[in-house]
Design a protein around this ligand. Sequence first.
Ligand code: GDP
Length: 342
Amino acid sequence: ILFAKFLVLIFSITKCDASIPSVASPVQLLNLSNGTKSDIVYNEEAVRNLFLDPKLEGRNVVVFSIVGAFRKGKSFLMNYILRYMYANYKSVSNSQLINHENWLGDENESLEGFDWKAGTKRVTSGLILWSDVFLYDSNDGEKLAIYLMDTQGLFDHKSSSTDNSRIFSLSTMISSTQILNLLNIIQENQLQYLQFATEYARYATADEEKSAFQNLLILIRDWNSPEEYKYGIRGGNAYLNNFLEIHDYQTKELQSVRRYLRSSFEKINCFLMAHPGKTVARDSSYNGSWSQIDEDFVHGMQDLFEFLFSPRKLTTKKVNGVAVEPAELLVFINSYVENFKS
Ligand code: GDP
């Protein structure tokens, strides 16, 4: 009997294997503590290794960022993205794929990674990088270093609008794919942040002609009209195209935001995500396990992650049209942050 108990114990320990390595963690790249420009705290020391590790030499950078209002499930989703990435890509700290056959992992496993469900109080606004870098080597010799970045503070009534704009601008400038996380619908005022970012980028790159930024994915959470526009990328793009149409009856501002958007990103897509269910939305003791998530949301994650993270979908970060390596990106981040301080 003792031996049987021992076997059960060993089995349960193996089953508890986390879907992400314990050596990796979130790292605060930048804090914005309140609305004045001088209050940017840039933790360059904390992130240097993420860009200067010798394993990253000769690789081009891919950066995914997610922005949007506080408590709208960004970090929750990022943590499932981490599981998907560790199942499909090796990383600097992890040379084996974890749960390759089943990226979701154990159905009752609690959700780890970026801090999520932080309650109603927010401590800081800023940009947070995942401390591990995913690696991809294609058959034709392309080598990539993939970064994930979470943000806090956008459209949060506690943040000043300057903070909101700075978070949006900086994260858009650093990333090759920006995910704008919105609840229910696209709203005009949210698009104005995009316009600000565009204007800043044009100033920063001094390039009037080319799109300043690369991919924008507008991710609508809790989509509640699937009979009008279906969940997923096709329904999302139909909804987006309808929204971005320019009409004579719109004010000049509404028209100009739409033109700005189209001209400032190389690609804009929209994805409609189902509601995850009552437990995820309301249960304060919920641990994030996928057994408690509605099926449509789980399918949505699968579709969304394939759309964003399949090797052929990865978009390298370009600065002035040229792909950059990690060490070069760090230099650009330094100068972007300096610009925002001054
Ligand atoms: P963040 O501040 O945007 O990063 O939000 P969090 O990821 O910390 O999540 C805040 C709360 O929203 C948590 O209680 C999650 O369980 C819940 N949540 C996560 N995803 C969704 C979603 O798609 N819809 C809804 N309604 N709630 C969600």
